[in-house]
Ligand binder design. Structure first.
Ligand code: 1PR
Length: 531
């Protein structure tokens, strides 16, 4: 029996699912005494530093946690929980941490690297630990903007470090108390093994320990470029939820919605084939109401029981009033998605309306879906899905929008274009360009951009490199290149010719034209860092 400290801040479901997958039962902490009495306690870190500490304080959990640590009873902290062991954080100034370790958590100083760090990175091990039994140098999944500095960290506690612009502390351990900055529950089989070491037999002094320690052979770890499989999901005309795929957003073939498979089965297949992340887009979410859309919630729940890499879900995140007059905020919708197993949510149409308002007034209201969700769940949990299409002009002066000089001339030989944002699945163009949208959303607290391209979607002709470079240059958060992948070589091209952190594809994976494994092998052969 494993005890989970769920303080209601986010996706604790993934940790719960991972523990169950490993054959253990989970019980929740319901009162402060449970913290002391638990045989093994997992403390997942979800949300901002301030909100974690505030919840611990409110629930009276701080003293029992400190007592548990003093008594050296088994405890595993994840992500912000590692940070909470320190004295405080730049993320939430003035909020006291648990102060088990001295030092402050600081924001990444990563020059030329996007913050948050989102993705798969390695660890350098500084001491032997039964928790790392069987760990074989695999990459693990990180998602954070703040980190513990090596210089500040008590060497007695130092277990592992990772490099991202600087060397930071990715694991601490003393006796039976340990914490990791990465998410073992989202790090595929390598992460599950580490979790199992904590849960079960691995955590005994007699265990065989990974022999590779960094002290003798420090090599900088490198974040991998991510390969993401995307599932566009909607109901077909019989009411069944199917994975579909359009050509330039038209998902019908001879009037019928194309059916490329069942969402949960496909997601599981992609996980097993090595996808670094899975994205579901509920493509009719703009007109349906996702909280009432139980099949989609069920898809998410069932997928998160079987897939141990990050899951993003988008579609329909906005305010809504149901037929009984009950009002829901976008935070309510997002919360339902997080509870059902999402690690990140993606906002499409509503992000356009928010950006338009922000550009008009120059003011942050704190009320937009982006701001609300980002404050509660952290910037890294908020992805903006951009659905742009090219609008050609003779010369930049012909529009007030951000233009590029393009090597793909327009229908009348135009050499310039801008990228018009659309809403409602590409059905409606707005007076907003992709750079305006991406940079406004970053300012409002979004953590990542999913950059689709209607012109390229479903064409198999390669990513729109010009669009990607154009948007990437305007933001400092990670960008996922999407739309147009037709071969493994297209992934090599997008990573060699742009600074996108991840590349997403749908059609080639659904139709089994190019296996994910082949994409990864081709990337590796071409010197692109992969998981
Ligand atoms: O506006 O917040 O409700 O979100 C709706 C979401 O649904 C948006 O993220 C929007 O991108 C998506 N969406 C809406 N309609 C469609 C459609 O196809 N008719 N799909 C749609 C967007 C684009 C990609 C696709 C890549 C890769 N799909 O996700 O998977 O283009 O495709 P490829 O590799 O086959 O070229 P809201």
């Amino acid at each position: 029996m494993i005890t989970l400290l769920d303080y209601g801040a986010g996706n604790v479901r993934s940790v719960r699912n991972a523990i169950r997958k490993l054959g253990y039962e989970v019980q929740d902490v319901t009162c402060p005494e449970d913290i002391l009495q638990a045989e093994r306690l997992i403390f997942p870190g979800v949300g901002s530093y301030g909100s974690v500490m505030e919840r611990l304080q409110q629930d009276g959990f701080i003293e029992p946690l400190l007592e548990r640590i003093r008594l050296d009873k088994p405890l595993l902290g994840i992500c912000v929980a590692l940070q909470a062991l320190f004295e405080g954080s730049e993320e939430s100034l003035g909020v006291a941490g648990l102060s088990v370790l001295k030092g402050q958590i600081k924001r990444f100083r990563a020059e030329n690297l996007s913050v948050p760090q989102i993705g798969w990175n390695g660890i350098n091990i500084h001491k032997e630990s039964p928790l790392l039994t069987g760990y074989n140098d695999e990459k693990l999944y990180f998602v954070h903007s703040y980190c513990a500095r090596l210089d500040d960290t008590d060497r007695e506690w130092l277990l592992s470090t990772t490099d991202y612009g600087e060397e930071f502390v990715s694991g601490v351990q003393k006796g039976n108390v340990a914490a990791f900055q990465f998410h073992p529950e989202k790090s595929g089989t390598a992460g599950l093994r580490i979790l199992e070491n904590f849960l079960g037999t691995g955590n005994s002094p007699a265990a065989v320990v990974s022999s590779k320690t960094a002290a003798d052979n420090h090599q900088k770890t490198q974040i991998a470029k991510r390969v993401i499989a995307c599932l566009d999901v909607r109901s077909n005309d019989n009411g069944d939820l199917v994975v579909t795929k359009g050509d330039q957003y038209d998902v019908r073939n001879e009037g019928e919605v194309r059916n490329l498979g069942k969402p949960v089965e496909l997601a599981r297949r992609y996980y097993e084939e090595g996808a670094d992340e899975i994205t579901f887009l509920n493509i009719t979410g703009f007109r349906d109401f996702p909280i009432e859309d139980q099949p989609m919630i069920e898809v998410l729940e069932r997928t998160s029981e079987q897939v141990f890499v990050p899951l993003t879900i988008g579609g329909g995140i906005r305010e809504f009033t149901d037929s009984n007059g009950r009002e829901y905020t976008s935070l309510d919708v997002a919360a339902e998605y997080f509870r059902s197993g999402a690690d990140k949510i993606s906002i499409g149409s509503d992000a356009c309306y928010t950006a338009e308002e922000y550009l008009k007034t120059g003011k942050k209201t704190g009320k937009s879906s982006i701001e609300q969700i980002s404050i509660v769940y952290g910037a890294q949990a908020v992805v903006i899905s951009v659905d742009p299409r090219r609008v050609y002009v003779e010369q930049p002066e012909d529009t007030s929008h951000n233009t590029i000089s393009t090597s793909v001339p327009g229908p009348n030989g135009e050499r310039y274009c801008w990228f018009q944002c659309t809403v409602k699945g590409g059905r409606e163009g707005r007076d907003l360009d992709a750079v305006q949208l991406a940079s406004s959303c970053e300012a409002l607290g979004a953590g990542e951009i999913l950059l689709n391209c209607i012109d390229k979607d479903g064409t198999n002709s390669g990513f729109d490199l010009e669009l990607i470079n154009h948007v990437k240059a305007a933001v400092s958060i990670p960008v996922i290149a999407s739309s147009g992948a037709g071969s493994a070589a297209h992934f090599v091209e997008v990573f060699q010719k742009t600074d996108a952190e991840a590349a997403l594809a749908a059609g080639i994976f659904h139709r089994r034209e190019v296996p994910i494994e082949e994409v990864k092998e081709t990337l590796a052969k071409n010197g692109v860092e992969i998981r």
